[in-house]
Design a protein around this ligand. Sequence first.
Ligand SMILES: Nc1ncnc2c1ncn2[C@@H]1O[C@H](COP(=O)(O)OP(=O)(O)O)[C@@H](O)[C@H]1O
Ligand SMILES: [Mg+2]
Length: 213
Amino acid sequence: MLELKKICYHPATAEEPVLQEISLIARLGTPLIISGPSGSGKTSLIEIISGLSKPQKGIITFRGEKIKASKRRSISGVVFQFPERHFIGLNVLQELRLGHRRLSHEEIYAALKRVGLSNINIKKTPEELSGGQQRRLSIAVQLTRNPEILLLDEPTAGLDWSVKDEIIKLIKQISSNIILIIVTHEPQIFKSINVSSYQLRNRRLKRMPLQEP
Ligand SMILES: Nc1ncnc2c1ncn2[C@@H]1O[C@H](COP(=O)(O)OP(=O)(O)O)[C@@H](O)[C@H]1O
Ligand SMILES: [Mg+2]
C-alpha cells in the first residue's frame, strides 16, 4: 500500500501552490485513477510519487513506512504522456534495453508477454508498430525494471476508441500484482474495470467568486 498524507507542492517557479493537502491511498491489485482537468496538477503528482520532485509538506509511506524520494525513484516506473514521441531505440529490442541494460532473452519475452506483445518482431523499429502496440511497448520498457509502483500519465490520450479499449484491457491484466496509478482527464472510460478514484480540483476555480443562488 502506498499512502500520501497532506502533500503540498509549491515549486519556486510557480506563482501559486500546484498541489495542496493531497491525501490518497493506492493499493496493490486495484488501479487508482486520479482525474482532474488540465492544469490541476496530475503530472506534478506523478513526479512527486515517483520521486522526481519533492513536496514541501506531507508524508509518503510505502507498506507503512516513510519512503524518501530516492527510494521512490528506484521502485517506480513512469510512462509519461505520449511516450511514443520519445522512442530512441533503433528497434524494439534496443528500446526495451533502455529500461534495463542487461536484459536476458527470458526477461525480454516476459516483459513483452505481460503487455500482450509476445508475437512482435523485436527487430522492427518502434515506429513500425501500431499506436496501441507503441503504448504497450512503453509500458513494457518500464516493466523490465520490475517496478513496485507503475505510473501512467494519460495512457489513453490521443488514441482512437478501439485502441483505448485495448489499453483498458491491458491495464486490467497488469494491475493484479503491482500498485498501478493512472492519471487521466477522461476517468469515465475506466468504468468497466474495478478501480479506486481520486479527483483533483481545478486550481483556477479557487480564485473565482462564489455565485449567489
Ligand atoms: N516546476 C513548475 N514551475 C512552475 N509551474 C509549474 C511547475 N510544475 C507545474 N507547474 C504548474 O502547475 C500546474 C499543473 O501542472 P501539471 O501537473 O502539468 O497539470 P496537469 O498534468 O493536470 O495538466 C500548471 O499550471 C503548471 O504550469
Ligand atoms: Mg499532465
